[in-house]
Structures are given as structure tokens and as C-alpha cells.
Design a protein around this ligand. Structure first.
Ligand code: ATP
Ligand code: MG
Length: 312
């Protein structure tokens, strides 16, 4: 189980504000600026390559929560919107990263008190023995309260082949908490599209409580290259023109090989290129300048097994 960042409350609680008269006019742009959500949305656009439909949906959710807040100031009653989500997509398509940003956004808009993300898998929720599952699941829920509970490979909670599997118990408890919209918690299920579809067919209760199904497509080669460029820039590396070519070839080949994991594979490739670069410098030169220290060469990529036709 992993927990990411907790922050102090962002917006003034509704209750401390007086209701506005019915003919009042609210500065929506001002409200938006005060919420600080524009920072999160701008960062999302700048830091994440592609994912246009995902970004659109997140903007829509942000707008809904903002408008709900303003409506509440006039005393217009709005139920808490259902924001439980399902992120479907292959490995390394940005699901965990987007979930973390989403937690921050929901916090800034006052939907959750803390805005942290608790990331779990089946083993964190489901016990091995009778009586172990409920306390485990409740403990996780307790930790996630006030934030986002992200359940990776959520389809594995349900094992159709085993009638007595304890996963069902965890699902029941999750359903109760998800149903109770007063709870200060958003649940995000993540997993491959086909397996999540099968999971929802077997667990219609779960499917009906998920309001937002968001698909994370595999990245194109051009997007993967762009992601690589962003990663390299943020770590203070540049590619020689020939190295850029090698990197592009690398991505093209790696995509076709087993266990390809989109942006995660790009990150791993860069990590290994950094190792080769460092080894090359330490072995080969007594004196180095900034340019050598920051420039990756084609050999830093071409030494990879990917070029010999095998996955790394
Ligand atoms: N669109 C993107 N732009 C830039 N970087 C990205 C993008 N998508 C993912 N990354 C980076 O790729 C890495 C993997 O992303 P992330 O862990 O969010 O993927 P995931 O879908 O959760 O993968 P998995 O299914 O393997 O858990 C992270 O370092 C993340 O920052
Ligand atoms: Mg992930």
C-alpha cells in the first residue's frame, strides 16, 4: 500500500460563508482562481503528453465541483456528485499519475478533506483466512478517508473460478462505503479494459456505482518520444541528434516486444541509458565538462538488447 501527499484544507468550508441573496452575481473566474485548481489543470496539461479525452473529463469534473460550490452559496441544494471512477488501460499509460493529480484537484475543490492517494492491490484488501478480509479492507478504507482510494488491477478482487474467494467480501464492504455518498472518499478502480468489463459484468453493483469510465489508450510512438523528451529534460539530459534517432528506433522496436509498458518502458530505457552514459564517462575519460555530463549518445541506447531483437 502506498500513500502519496497530504495537504492542508484549500478552500474555506461552505458552512462558514453566509448565503448570497438570490439576485447576487458571483465572479466565477475569481472563484476558480481562489480554488487554485487552474494550477493543477495547467500542470496536468504541461506534464502529461497526449491523453486529451482524460484531460477533458478532468476539466469537466473540476467545473462541476466549482459550479456546485457556487450554487451552494445561493442555498441551491446539490447532492454530492458521484465521482467514483474506473481508469482502464494498459500498463504505463498514466493511470496512477492521473489519479494522484485527481486527488489533489478534488481536495482543492473541497470535495475531499485531505487529498492524499492510497494505492492498493488485492493483497492489501483481501485476507488469506476466514475473518481476515473485513478488518483489512476496513483498515485500508480508514487510511483512504478524506482522499482517493486507488485499487490497481481491481478485476482481481473477483475470482469467478472460486466461489469461496474472500475477494467478494472486500467488494461488499467497498460497495457499502461507495454507496454512502456522504463519505469523504473517492474510489478509483484501475485495470485492463477487457478484464474490468468482465469484472463489472460479474459485479453489476460495482459497475453501477462507477460514474466515470475513463480510457487510457496506449501511446503512439510520437507520444512516447515526447514523453521521453520531457523525462530527459526534467532530469537534465539532452540527446545528440544521432541519439535522438537511436531513441526513436529503440521505442519503435520496444513497442513490438513482450511486456511493453508504454511510458514506464520509456522511463526504464532512460534509466538504463543513464547507467551506460555514467559507465562510459567513468571508464573512458579523466576530465569531463557539462556537455559530456548531460549528453546521451547513440551507443547509450544502441547497447540495449532491444536492438538485438530481445526484450529487456
Ligand atoms: N502522458 C504522459 N506524459 C508524461 N509522462 C507520463 C505520461 N503517462 C505516464 N507517464 C510517466 O510514466 C510512468 C508510468 O506512469 P503510471 O505509473 O502513471 O502508469 P500506470 O498506468 O499507472 O501504469 P501501471 O498500469 O503499470 O501501474 C510515470 O513515471 C509517469 O510519470
Ligand atoms: Mg499504476
Amino acid at each position: 500500500m502506498t500513500t502519496f501527499g497530504m495537504r492542508p484544507p484549500a478552500l474555506e468550508p461552505e458552512a462558514t460563508r453566509e448565503l448570497l441573496p438570490h439576485d447576487a452575481v458571483v465572479d466565477l473566474a475569481g472563484e476558480r482562481a481562489a480554488s487554485g485548481t487552474e494550477d493543477v489543470l495547467t500542470a496536468l496539461d504541461a506534464d502529461l503528453v497526449g491523453l486529451a479525452p482524460v484531460k477533458t473529463r478532468i476539466r469537466e469534473i473540476a467545473a462541476l465541483l466549482l459550479v456546485d460550490r457556487v450554487r451552494a452559496r445561493f442555498g441551491v441544494a446539490t447532492g454530492r456528485p458521484n465521482l467514483h471512477m474506473c481508469f482502464t488501460g494498459g500498463p504505463g499509460t498514466g493511470k496512477t499519475t492521473v489519479a494522484t493529480r485527481m486527488a489533489e484537484l478534488l481536495h482543492r475543490l473541497g470535495h475531499v478533506r485531505k487529498g492524499h492517494l492510497v494505492s492498493v492491490t488485492r493483497d492489501d484488501l483481501v485476507g488469506q483466512y476466514v475473518g481476515h478480509t473485513a478488518p483489512k479492507t476496513r483498515e485500508v478504507l480508514k487510511r483512504a478517508m478524506g482522499g482517493v482510494l486507488f485499487i490497481d488491477e481491481a478485476y482481481s478482487l473477483y475470482r469467478a473460478e472460486n466461489e469461496r474467494d474472500y475477494g467478494v467480501e472486500a467488494i461488499e464492504i467497498l460497495l457499502q462505503v461507495m454507496e454512502n455518498q456522504r463519505e469523504d472518499l473517492v474510489v478509483i478502480l484501475a485495470g485492463y479494459r477487457d478484464r474490468m468489463d468482465a469484472f463489472f459484468s460479474s459485479n453489476p453493483g460495482m459497475g453501477s456505482r462507477i460514474a466515470h469510465h475513463i480510457a487510457f489508450p496506449d501511446y503512439s510512438t510520437a507520444e512516447l518520444e515526447e514523453i521521453g523528451r520531457l523525462m530527459l529534460a526534467s532530469e537534465g539530459y539532452t540527446l545528440s541528434r544521432e541519439a535522438e534517432e537511436a531513441f526513436r528506433e529503440y521505442i519503435g522496436l520496444r513497442r513490438e516486444q513482450p511486456r511493453f509498458a508504454n511510458a514506464r518502458s520509456v522511463r526504464n530505457a532512460i534509466e538504463r541509458a543513464r547507467l551506460r552514459h555514467a559507465g562510459r564517462l567513468v571508464e573512458g575519460s579523466d576530465r569531463v565538462g557539462l556537455s559530456e555530463l548531460t549528453t546521451l549518445l547513440p551507443s547509450d541506447f544502441r547497447a540495449s538488447r532491444v536492438f538485438q531483437g530481445g526484450a529487456t
